[in-house]
Design a protein around this ligand. Sequence first.
Ligand code: GLN
Ligand code: ZN
Length: 766
Amino acid sequence: MTTPFGTSTVLGYPRIGPHRELKSALEGYWAGRVDAAALDTVADDLREQTWRTLRDAGLSAVPSNTFSLYDHVLDAAVAVDAVPQRFRRLGLDERDTYFAMARGTAQEPPLEMTKWFDTNYHYLVPEIGPETVLTARPGKPLKEYAQAEALGITTRPVLVGPATLLLLAKPTDDAPEGFTPFDRLDDLVDVYADLLGALADAGVPWVQLDEPAYVADRTDAETDALRAAYTRLGTLTRRPALFVAAYFGELGEALPALLDTPVEAVGLDLVAGPADLDRLAGYGPIPGRTVVAGLVDGRNVWRTDLRAAAAVGATLTGLADTVAVATSCSLLHVPVDLAAETDLDPQVRDRLAFARQKVDEVVLLGRALRDGVAALPAAAPPAPAGWRDDAVRARLDALRPEHTRRGPHPDRAAAQQARLGLPLLPTTTIGSFPQTDEVRRARAEHRAGRLDDAGYADRMRAEIARVVAEQETLGLDVLVHGEPERNDMVQYFAEHLDGFVATAHGWVQSYGSRCVRPPILHGDVSRRAPVTVGWSSYAQTLTDRPVKGMLTGPVTILAWSFVRADQPLSETARQVALALRDEARDLEAAGIRIVQVDEPALRELLPPRRRDHESYLDWAVAAFRLATSGVADATAIHTHLCYSEFGEVLPAIEALDADVTSIEASRSRMEILDDLATVGYTRGVGPGVYDIHSPRVPDHDEVTAALRRAVAVVPADRLWVNPDCGLKTRSYDQVRPALAALVRAARTVRAELPSTAPADTAAGRA
Ligand code: GLN
Ligand code: ZN
């Protein structure tokens, strides 16, 4: 007999702590200020706090092993001993080997990091090859389980499932062509069998295995492999009851595959993938199973309409023997506790639920499934009239296709070059310069009220003047103002636009000890006054060279905010785009000749299922074009993209119709240029010629080699020379020599160009 699952649970909980205690402890440990024992104490306390909070709130099933010192995917890799040799060789203890994989050491670069599905959380990519020896290392889940047991709280250890772990992994460098980590599924399932055995020996009643990779399109072979894996694990004689959870979308074909196996419980994200409900109904009776219904959104901060959610839960009760209520995914993606937000506009606050509040919602829903909905609070009232902006809506309604169309690119390019007079292979940067201590101090003092607006503006102008002078000395062709006034490229715009609020403590883990505080977009968006124009135009007064205006694009603003859920994202994107369009026109009117609109999150919001790609990319591209088509053809629109594999969004990059696209390329050795050519991209392109994410300083030869590779693929009259991202996380000691090398490399390669393309005139630029 299995222990019942319980009626209410969460799939995971924030691990950074209510006051980012984990961040301070980790950074202290890395800096040598905090010893291992003190770090462990902080971690123990945070876990204990979480379990007590969840139990005391009334959850009947509490997860464990959701805590992590860095990343839960790295934890899973370690739990199967997938530690690459290069880290073992360092001879560090277990904890420091783990941190070496996460952060690298002086000798070894870390594991690659990438986005966890369509969230802004980053995981470390496990490396698995044909020779990787996989072994069960159940220490961490066992230790956490025992720690909770000692408090009298029986928990459900959570692990990334074997299929998802392999689908997220990449082959080791020495793996033969054609090998994929998923080829190792049978071996890995053996290891999971050992892990489950060890947990069963410790008395663990339930285990949660997360398989979110199956909400994306998977091949039949991959779905069959999932079925086989869980059939195998399900038929083990010595194991806890199995709860397989998927989230961030619908399971689709993988749902019947899982139901074909002996797993005791299946978790569905009914917020992001409501269609799984019908699929479940179509499957027929599933006796003896628990369906864990993800009814409370783990990705957004709005209060749940509990009565509507209870109605969905009630439908399920007719389909499955046992129904439990849960969050749609781990609460890792939302801030910890709304109670900390004492200064928030009450009208916004009343409509919000952070992780702690979502736990209460889950508990209430769990009870409602048993006792009826009478005790459930009503849904949040409709948005106050003041959040609506009829003027913005009317302006958007009045827009016609001709308002968002620019002239043909060759004509634009000629008009732009006539104004800019740039050499071939113009050199530039992506926007931000190092954020010095003085800049941070000025921002902090201004925020705290110790520095008045005028004093703050003086300090920023001084910094801008310094950054402009730096760039002139370095010999860059197109300058930037350096973005000293921006804490964050999204938060800065949110603070200056109506329709957003900022939280004081709404931190969410981005990776490791890094946290972000996403703004909350609650109402119609509009621009009170110009946002960036003062800074950019001031920079332009200091130099004859063109200064690029610098805006964050509509998709990225949405991706890195919590966005209202009462209208489609596409509509909200248009409002943000309209505000940016006004800003771009004001920049132009102030004498700015190039406006860069950054969209690093373009790829991130791509839905997991291919059939949804087109509609997403349509509105994403339309929003960018709305933002950028208000300026004259003689004003150049640049964009910048990074942080991702661009394969699936290449046609959209072409469709953005930017005059110049700067794009991360240094690590892919310029392959992106061929890819862009394949989709017919014929406008300007600035492939990043060196990697700013590493403290390494490139030299002249290295940048020259990268540029030569680029010139071999893209005609020189379309090529720009720039680093692969903004410089704000680097120091001047790194940036100065790197940019000097970049400028010199551009000169070297210009001199190698055939003389039909004169190095200093505009002739023939298209
Ligand atoms: N303009 C921004 C910067 O330079 C772009 C940052 C990004 O791509 N993430 O910081
Ligand atoms: Zn970037």
